[in-house]
Ligand binder design. Structure first.
Ligand code: ADP
Ligand code: ADP
Length: 232
């Protein structure tokens, strides 16, 4: 079951002799209910690949299909709607609202979309989150790893088709990284979420079901059920 696919995906920045071919014909199907990691050297096209999949960036040619809909040719308005309702985002820098508690941050997407809180789903997410009694705390009272787990919970509370995470452990030490990836992996295994993550960190990639390797805008390899040692 495919949740997102790239078909001969090409992204060129600029024109003429200075043009950069950031993506050079990527073909890949991402499987529903998996945690997929995207690795590769700096400049290999990881961010561009994820931005095209998430509807944040438009491919030069080729197509992107997310949850059955070809989003690569959508209007800006439909893309905005897609970003608000069908995908969730996690950034390196958490981006929590400092004046709200952890729990209020988690349910924020539902408030913004004026959708009711599904108590059962919220309870599952909160139980899976492993934040214990800290749900009433403000972000400044939480560790970096706890804040990023809250940001991950916020990204999946509205049950998007896919959660996209861009270097989610880029600011974290290895213990906190493991907590964040542990939560993302449980959200996939126990809640059925689909997650795509860009990472430089082999330990983080070791939590994925599948790792894709990019180099010079091409898909150059992949691993199933990696361990940190095999990713290196
Ligand atoms: P962007 O694609 O957004 O221009 P990069 O992908 O080059 O940025 O890097 C994203 C983040 O990862 C940056 O904060 C950068 O400092 C960090 N980073 C880049 N290369 C490495 C690496 N080899 N190992 C660990 N972190 C890295
Ligand atoms: P990664 O995330 O693996 O570091 P990126 O997707 O950020 O790689 O970049 C891939 C290539 O595209 C790099 O050569 C980068 O310099 C170039 N690039 C990325 N974004 C832009 C942009 N907005 N304008 C021009 N070139 C860009």
């Amino acid at each position: 079951d495919v949740i997102a696919s790239a078909n001969d995906l090409v992204k060129v920045y600029g024109e003429g002799p200075t043009a950069v071919r950031a993506l050079d014909g990527i073909d890949v199907d991402l499987v529903r209910g998996e945690l997929t990691a995207v690795m590769g050297p700096s400049g290999s096209g990881k961010s561009t690949f994820m931005h095209c999949l998430a509807g944040l960036d438009r491919p030069t040619s080729g197509s992107v299909v997310v949850d059955g809909a070809e989003v690569s040719r959508w209007s800006e308005r439909r893309l905005t709607h897609l970003r608000r309702t069908r995908v969730g985002f996690v950034f390196q820098s958490y981006n929590l609202v400092p004046t709200l508690t952890a729990l209020e941050n988690i349910t924020l997407p539902l408030d913004i979309a004026r959708r009711p809180v599904d108590r059962q789903h919220l309870d599952l997410v909160v139980r899976t989150l492993g934040l214990g009694d800290r749900l009433d705390h403000k972000p400044s009272e939480l560790s970096g790893g706890q804040q990023q787990r809250v940001a991950c919970a916020r990204a999946l509370i509205a049950r998007p088709a896919v959660v996209f995470a861009d270097e989610p452990t880029g600011n974290l030490d290895s213990a906190s990284s493991a907590e964040v990836l542990g939560f993302l992996r449980r959200s996939v295994d126990e809640l059925g979420q689909s997650v795509v993550m860009v990472t430089h960190d082999p330990t983080s990639a070791g939590f994925a079901h599948r790792v894709l390797f990019l180099a010079d805008g091409r898909l150059v390899g992949e691993l199933r059920d990696p361990t940190p040692a095999t990713v290196l």
